[in-house]
Design a protein around this ligand. Structure first.
Ligand code: SF4
Ligand code: SF4
Length: 259
């Protein structure tokens, strides 16, 4: 029986640490099965063998930080039938979006001996701010399990079964004792997107929001709780302005507190 045509997968990198691409490679037990279903056609972190586009499914890591990025993502979009962004960098601009709140030229002069050689934008922005995106997968890095769900859903022709509830719900589902209530530990779990399985609270530490904002949450109410636990305005601002500083909900709540 002739083998059915497998869709072609491409994985692209923009401004990022490569951690989300490593999450793909971390699917050790599943990679062979993925290779049975998809042609891994363009994934230079994994192989220098690159097949030409167009590609059926593209996973895009990283944010747009340079004029070159801003042009390149348009070509990536043209080459990709379905485009999924993976990780905090690609979905909200990442930690590098901290530049959005400062004078980036001043920062360049502090970091680089010859800043005139650096060609960069004043902001770091999500891929969706530049081209249409079919699905956004959050996390810093993304969850391997959610990544496999996105790929499986693509192959099955359905919407990924990924909810938009908070890390708080994941704590309740796994029976983890609330670190805020039981220990007075500041935690962003009540407003952070689920996906990690409440990893940090399960080790008795607060969530620091690496999956970005969840849907339908009350950030000012959480900030009020953080104040009651003794956090200053500058600490609350820094808590929201980390990996997902430019995610609109976290950006707004961070700016509501003194730097
Ligand atoms: S989201 Fe986090 S792990 Fe992924 S590329 Fe960006 S910094 Fe790295
Ligand atoms: S608990 Fe929060 S900070 Fe820790 S991995 Fe999960 S989302 Fe990230």
């Amino acid at each position: 029986m002739p083998r059915r045509k497998r869709p072609k997968l491409a994985v692209y990198k923009f401004a990022s640490c490569d951690g989300c691409q490593l999450s793909i490679l971390d699917c050790e037990d599943e990679l062979l099965a993925i290779g049975e279903e998809l042609i891994i056609a363009n994934f230079t972190e994994a192989s220098s063998a690159v097949l030409p586009g167009p590609y059926d499914l593209a996973l895009v890591e990283g944010s747009i930080t340079t004029p070159h990025d801003a042009e390149r993502i348009k070509e990536v979009r043209r080459q990709s039938k379905v485009l999924v962004t993976i990780g905090a960098c690609a979905t909200s601009g990442g930690i590098q979006a901290l530049r959005n709140f400062r004078d980036h030229k001043e920062m360049l002069s502090v970091v680089y001996a010859r800043p005139e050689y650096i060609d960069t934008l004043a902001t770091s922005t999500a891929i969706a701010a530049h081209v249409p995106v079919d699905f956004e997968l959050r996390g810093c890095p993304v969850s391997k399990h959610q990544l496999l769900e996105v790929v499986s859903a693509y192959l099955a022709g359905r919407t990924p079964a990924i909810g938009h509830h908070s890390v708080c719900i994941e704590c309740k589902m796994r029976g983890t004792v609330c670190v805020m209530v039981a220990h007075g530990t500041p935690c962003l779990g009540p407003v952070t997107h689920a996906g990690c399985g409440a990893l940090c609270p399960s080790y008795t530490r607060g969530c620091y929001g690496c999956f970005g904002p969840s849907a339908g949450t009350n950030l000012p109410a959480l900030s009020g709780g953080l104040v009651k636990l003794g956090m200053k305005g500058s600490e609350i601002r820094r808590a929201f302005h980390s990996f997902n500083a430019a995610a609109p909900a976290f950006e707004k709540e961070g700016l509501a507190h003194d730097d």
